[in-house]
Write a new protein. Structure first.
Length: 90
């Protein structure tokens, strides 16, 4: 299966196979990748590295749940949020 995507560097449309390593479809929604949204959300947060890790994990599971593992990803997200709360509370 091929997809048509906008080549950001060249500004031209190209036909390419989905890239399951660099740009997995379950992390791309509406032309936005989870990693880019998370980067903006976390900018300047001042969180500890561990709190940032748990936030990132929770974010990715919540971002992809409807396109990948359904309720299982929601449960994983909930667990990450519990770890985040413990980390933030100290």
């Amino acid at each position: 299966m091929t997809e048509v995507r906008q080549d950001c560097e060249k500004g031209a449309k190209s036909t390419a196979k989905p890239d399951a390593v660099s740009h997995p479809s379950h992390y791309t929604s509406g032309g936005i990748e989870a990693k880019d949204a998370l980067k903006v959300a976390m900018d300047g947060s001042g969180l500890s590295p561990m709190a940032s890790y748990w936030w990132g994990c929770a974010f990715k599971y919540l971002w992809r749940w409807s396109r990948k593992n359904g309720v299982e990803d929601l449960r994983k997200c909930r667990q990450c949020i519990e770890f985040l709360i413990k980390e933030v509370e100290g």
